[in-house]
Design a protein around this ligand. Sequence first.
Ligand code: PGA
Length: 249
Amino acid sequence: MTRTLIAGNWKMNGLKASLGEIRDAAAGVGRGKAGVEALLCVPATLVSLAAEAAHGSALKVGGETCHDAESGAHTGDISAEMLADAGASHVIVGHSERRTDHGETNEIVAGQAAAALRAGLTPIICIGESLGQRKAGETLDFVSHQIAGSIPEGAKAEEIVIAYEPIWAIGTGEVASPDQIDEVHTAIRSRLAERFGADGAALIPLLYGGSMKPGNAAEILEVTDVNGGLIGGASLKAADFLAIYGQAK
Ligand code: PGA
């Protein structure tokens, strides 16, 4: 059965003063529930503190990007090994904000995902089209191309997570409709089946991301081939994050 993952993405938000939200989220998640994982990906400065705050609960902590090298002369960058050392279990790679702000290509993202696997982290590989691409009818071709290029050679199905985040739905309050999500997630699953076989593809959690919140989570999570969410704004408050987690099966 495909695992379900409810993952928060704090982006460039959060100071030590925000650790109370992590503690509250950890308390709410408690020992967790069968088949559903809870994760908060936080800025690198908070990974170790968040891991301490979540200790003893089933809540996991992740990073938001990593460099492909293990160490070296890359001022300001963070390696996957460093995130693992700080207590992370996952790392987001290829978020559209990284692709846009830092020019990260599919090739770079594949290198980051390979680094995550090398360090024993689960990469959450993000893909998703722009509004222009959707209007031009290019969505399925574009995300298929992103999948082909962003999953590293040699990755095993059980080690990776894919997040479909239409760029026009991120932080805009505009959510993709269940039909739109269904169409893309079905296409993603078939691309993955071509690469990993149907049994392998079935092991890969496919998350939806883009303005997911407590009020729309149930409808999104019910869509076939949706195995969880990558949640930005609504993950900053433990109460909202837990309200979404509570609806996941
Ligand atoms: P949002 O962000 O939930 O604030 O739209 C999602 C994301 O970018 O991961």
